[in-house]
Design a binder for this molecule. Sequence first.
Ligand SMILES: [Zn+2]
Length: 86
Amino acid sequence: MLKVQRAIHPSDFSSIPRTRDLIKRLPEAVRVCSEHGEAVRIRESDISPNTGAGPPFGKASYFSCCDAAIEKLINAIVDEAQRLAT
Ligand SMILES: [Zn+2]
């Protein structure tokens, strides 16, 4: 059950594809909640393909079973992004 969501700020929409790639490379222990066994996902909504230059969606969020799982994944993404940048 994906019942918890955390909105992604519109200023970060353009980095979502990169974030998804990054998540794929993370170990399962980080991507999947150790307590509930659910993977954290990014899901776009308010899809509108004709927005011109902007992204083809109006909202995006991390979805998971609990806040702890989202928190763990976001921390891992930040760490991994920093590791790749150095
Ligand atoms: Zn959980």
